[in-house]
Design a protein around this ligand. Structure first.
Ligand SMILES: Nc1ncnc2c1ncn2[C@@H]1O[C@H](COP(=O)(O)OP(=O)(O)OP(=O)(O)O)[C@@H](O)[C@H]1O
Ligand SMILES: [Mg+2]
Length: 455
């Protein structure tokens, strides 16, 4: 028996499909919107999705398929297209849909396609062995007492409907934990919407949260629904909450106290039922002392708190997480699983991991790409850039021949990347601290670290 998710905004179509498939003894679920579909994917892990191309308001399924692709969701999909949506159907196939069915769909054709798609994916799953991408994306690996406590708190807070504040340095797994809370909660079937305050210019964040009406400010050319309203009934994950302006903080506080939101440019008040999960890698008490964060907002958020320790403070998690990523990358590329030599293990244990688990994952991926059969110490040291001081000097040395000359742009990037990595180490891996020393904005530095592949 397989579980099948039917996604169409017309009840009539969903009912028709359910009737056609009723004789096949599969578990049938339905969703009316793409957001609902996304939430149900997280909760149910369906074996097959039947997805309509066009949704109310002119939306198509294409951006949604792109999103699933970036999130590495690998569930077979059958696209249901009308005659007018042949172009989108073709695009959907490019984005990994298994097949498309033109409406009106005959019951026989539907049953055959569903069985074919399920058989094909079973075959694929067999060859891909036990570790699926889905596990890679959502499982929290590690058995250190501190990660054990994080897992316990996820279940404990997940079931209650409290606001949660997640703290931890960059790459420690804050987003992963937020996902875990949502999946453990009674809102798991409802939307989980992410807002990254560090990625949105300060001037637009309020509109992102609360929405705006056409003409509310220069550039507001049409009405826009805010993320809080979009998530009504569900969960909002507000990442990098420490980046919010004081004005946005006070509006958020009001929302947390009353459930009220006021769309920018409108004087109407709306009530939304949203569970907030916030995260930050900033030291909020220090931000309060500096006058950049509201103390009352902090107290409101700090009730249920999950603190994730830096990786160097829970070294016993390093090797299991490394092994996990090595084997999942090997499986993904269909290659034999690499052995990790003892000498490599000690190199991994001794490195300070300023970029935490994200950096560890990158190193694991790179070590699979750069090795044939075993991962040794030399390779690890090469990747984490811990050569001997002499080698490091040579690295920045001037080119000895014309062939070695880099384009100026590339040289600048290389020098900057080395410098930033070094400063990050001096700052004990704290991006906030490094940004302060370097005199740049935290979000700017964060973006740079991402560009350089340092986190
Ligand atoms: N304990 C863990 N087990 C497995 N994977 C993990 C673990 N912790 C983090 N990861 C992985 O490390 C990467 C970074 O995690 P995540 O994005 O949740 O970090 P973050 O704390 O939100 O970072 P940032 O502050 O930079 O946004 C992700 O790919 C995540 O899946
Ligand atoms: Mg994050």
């Amino acid at each position: 028996m397989a579980s099948i998710l039917i996604v169409d905004d017309e009840k009539r179509v969903r009912d028709g499909i359910k009737l056609s498939l009723s004789g096949l003894a599969h578990e049938l679920h339905e969703a009316e919107t793409l957001e609902e579909c996304h939430a149900m994917i997280g909760r149910l892990s369906p074996d097959l999705i039947l997805l309509d191309v066009h949704f109310k308001g002119g939306a198509t399924c294409i951006p949604f398929l792109e999103r699933l692709q970036t999130e590495k969701v690998q569930i077979p999909l059958l696209v249901l297209s009308g005659a007018a949506s042949a172009k989108e159907a073709a695009e959907a196939m490019k984005l990994g849909a298994y097949d498309f069915l033109e409406k009106p769909i005959s019951a026989d054709r539907l049953r055959v396609s569903v069985q074919n798609a399920l058989n094909a994916s079973k075959l694929k799953a067999k060859t891909e062995a036990a570790t699926t991408e889905k596990n890679v994306r959502t499982d929290i690996i590690g058995d250190s007492p501190s990660i054990q406590k994080v897992k316990d708190l996820i279940n404990q807070f997940g079931r209650r409907d409290a606001k949660v504040l997640i703290t931890g340095d960059t790459g420690t797994g804050k987003e992963l934990v937020a996902h875990g809370i949502w999946r453990a909660s009674t809102r798991a079937a409802k939307p989980f919407i992410l807002i990254n305050a560090a990625a949105i210019p300060e001037t637009l964040i309020e509109s992102e949260l609360f929405g705006h009406q056409k003409g509310a400010f220069t550039g507001a050319v049409s009405n826009q629904l805010g993320k809080l309203e979009m998530a009504d009934g569900g969960t909002v994950f507000l990442d990098e909450i420490g980046e919010l302006s004081l004005m946005a903080q006070s509006k958020l506080l009001r929302f947390l106290e009353t459930g009220e939101i006021q769309v920018l440019g409108s004087n109407k008040i709306k009530i939304c039922d949203v569970r907030l999960i916030a995260a930050t890698s900033r030291d909020l008490p220090a931000e309060i002392r500096a006058g950049r964060f509201r103390e009352d907002l902090y107290f409101r958020l700090n009730v249920a708190r999950i603190e994730i320790a830096a990786l160097r403070e829970r070294r016993e998690d390093i090797l299991p997480i490394f092994a996990h990523f090595v084997s999942s990358v090997c499986l993904r590329y269909n290659e034999p699983i690499r052995l990790v030599e003892e000498s490599a293990k000690s190199a991994l244990l001794n490195y300070p991991w300023p970029g935490n688990v994200r950096e560890l994952r990158n190193v694991a991926e790179r070590s699979v790409l750069l090795s044939r059969d075993a991962i040794d110490r030399k390779l690890i040291l090469e990747i984490v850039g811990q050569q001997s001081p002499a080698a490091t000097e040579a690295d920045v040395d001037l080119p000895k021949s014309v062939e070695e000359v880099l384009h100026l742009k590339d040289y600048r990037k290389k020098a900057e990347s080395r410098y930033v990595a070094h400063v990050l180490k001096l700052a004990d891996g704290s991006v906030t601290k490094a940004a302060q020393i370097l005199g740049v904005d935290r979000s700017h530095l964060h973006q740079k670290l991402k560009d350089f592949g340092l986190v």
